[in-house]
Design a binder for this molecule. Structure first.
Ligand SMILES: Nc1ncnc2c1ncn2[C@@H]1O[C@H](COP(=O)(O)OP(=O)(O)O)[C@@H](O)[C@H]1O
Ligand SMILES: [Mg+2]
Ligand SMILES: [Zn+2]
Length: 505
């Protein structure tokens, strides 16, 4: 007799249903697994064997053959232990229904207890799409699995509990009300507040615009001008995640094993500060066992590159494609995998090698050639993808000793949240959420200029020799400025303001 049990495997952040077929042949004892298993799946043989015996069940005396279908997709991870064990137990005559709308996910310990696995949210999401109605998972993954609404989730601590569920003692269903969960957990606490940042009105305003429209921003200025401090304040003005975004982000963190059992849903926008010494694979993603990198962990949030010019050129150039497409393609030996990476790039850097070019007090000691060589490390095409470029001058001692508080982050955030609402309402049929995502056709439709503004734009594009891309970026920024002001149309004032954020570096 051949038994069938259902489970799933992930590719990128998507999951595919897998059927686990088990048969016992009349030959020497052992287990063999076929159907493109990687080494982590192959190790299931030893774990499953011990787990079944140590749970007090008997193990088949013949050869156990496990087939993972379809055979053409690569299976990786340890979540196959449980469905394989279930298949073997069914072979042994244990009463577990053969229903094909029930799925099993979980790693087994040698003693038969179930261990949490990565990627449960995408796995259960994928199974639901294939019509699965009930999923058994390790107890520690139950809350995460139950974020998928409309599927019966049972969390079990060990193999015995799963068998008992179908006999005399059913497990308790895990239920999570996702809307109230999100509501409860989205209150943000943060360490840095804009109220402590003195002066720097222009930079603060640029950061507000960036947060409101999801725009990329680069600050340059002398050491000590507050660039790092202000970047860290950014987390305090980011709008809450929408449910769709929260689930998408949770899938990523689930695959990376970065979710905690008690907080199964990502409720805050990520703020990932990355150091220039981090490995390219760590930043972009990849490696021998490909994993998402920082640019994917920053999805729907902020990727902060402090001292941006110090990053290896190879890393900066690779950023261009995800900045444009909102996803990154990681190639592997035989195939490639895509991860989402719609992040807001926040960069900070000194204006020259000594740091004091343009400073009011300290003299820059660099030669023209040194400055040119320094700046050329950021390529034009990369800069073209940064919507806001601002100069952040150092404050004078008097300005720094001024004791008045600035506008608190909470107030700025209110404006950002309002502007985001306007955008998500306006773009509800476009499949985008923010102005930064507008494509050329959408820019034509949503960033219309009146006659006066069109004239300003014409003059500006001649004067500053704006590339097509740059031209569009100015329009998008103007759209965000109009949204922050609650204006339906872009006015000449909005446009003039938008043109201020294109400092040449
Ligand atoms: N505008 C400002 N308001 C308040 N403190 C500031 C400001 N600018 C700089 N500082 C102080 O100077 C320190 C260094 O600033 P930092 O953000 O590290 O500068 P940068 O990254 O531009 O070199 C900060 O930790 C802060 O104490
Ligand atoms: Mg700094
Ligand atoms: Zn210098």
């Amino acid at each position: 007799m051949v038994t069938k049990s259902i489970t799933a495997t992930t590719i990128g952040i998507n999951a595919y249903k897998v059927e686990v077929e088990v048969d016992v042949a009349n030959s020497l004892p052992g287990i063999s697994i076929v159907g493109l298993p990687d080494s982590s799946v192959n190790e299931a043989r030893e774990r499953v064997h011990s787990a079944i015996k140590n749970s007090g069940f008997s193990f088949p005396t013949g050869k156990v053959i496990v087939n993972l279908a379809p055979a053409d997709i690569k299976k990786e991870g340890t979540n196959f232990d449980l469905p394989i064990a279930v298949g073997i137990l069914k072979e042994q005559g244990i009463e577990i229904p053969d229903d094909l709308d029930i799925a099993f996910i979980g790693e087994l310990s040698l003693d038969g207890s179930l261990r949490a696995v990565n990627g449960v949210l995408p796995l259960v999401t994928g199974l639901k799409e294939k019509g699965i109605t009930t999923v058994f998972v390790p107890y520690e993954n139950a809350k995460e699995a139950a974020l998928v609404q409309g599927v019966n989730i049972y969390g079990a601590s060990n193999l015995r509990e799963i068998v008992s569920h179908f006999e005399e003692s059913p497990l308790q269903k895990t239920v999570v009300d996702i809307d109230s969960y999100l509501e409860e957990h989205s209150k943000i606490e943060y360490l840095y507040d804009f109220k402590d940042v003195k002066g720097q009105q222009k930079a603060k305003r640029a950061l507000e615009i960036a947060a409101a429209g999801g725009h990329n921003l680069l600050m340059f200025g002398s050491p000590g001008s507050g660039k790092t401090m202000m970047a860290k304040c950014m987390a305090s003005i980011l709008p809450p995640l929408e449910l769709k975004e929260a689930l998408e982000l949770t899938k990523i963190y689930s695959i990376c094993g970065l979710l905690s059992q008690n907080e199964p849903l990502m409720t805050k926008r990520p703020f990932r500060a990355v150091h220039h010494t981090a490995s390219p694979n760590g930043i972009i993603g990849g490696g021998t066992n490909p994993k998402p990198g920082e640019i994917t962990l920053a999805h729907r949030g902020v990727l902060f590159l402090d001292e941006m010019i110090e990053f290896p050129r190879q890393v900066l150039e690779v950023l261009r494609q995800p900045l444009e497409d909102g996803e990154v393609v990681i190639s592997r030996s035989k195939s490639s995998v895509k991860y989402p990476s719609k992040f807001m790039l926040l960069g900070a850097m000194n204006p020259c090698p000594c740091g004091f070019l343009g400073d009011k007090v300290k003299q820059c000691t660099c030669t023209d050639v040194q400055v040119q060589r320094y700046k050329s490390r950021l390529s034009g095409p990369l800069l073209d993808r940064i919507d806001l470029v601002i100069n952040v001058p150092r404050l004078t001692t008097e300005e720094l000793s001024n004791n008045s508080e600035g506008e608190p982050s909470a107030k700025i955030r209110e404006r950002v949240v309002m502007a985001r609402k306007i955008q998500s309402e306006r773009y509800k049929n476009e499949g985008i959420l923010t102005n930064s995502e507008l494509n050329t056709n959408q820019i034509k439709k949503y960033c219309k200029l009146d006659e006066q503004s069109a004239q300003i734009m014409k003059l500006a594009s001649q004067k500053y020799q704006l590339s097509g891309r740059r031209y569009n970026r100015v329009l998008k920024i103007a759209r965000t400025i109009a949204d922050l002001a609650g204006g339906e149309n872009i006015s000449s004032e909005h446009l003039t303001q938008a043109l201020q954020y294109r400092a040449d570096i």
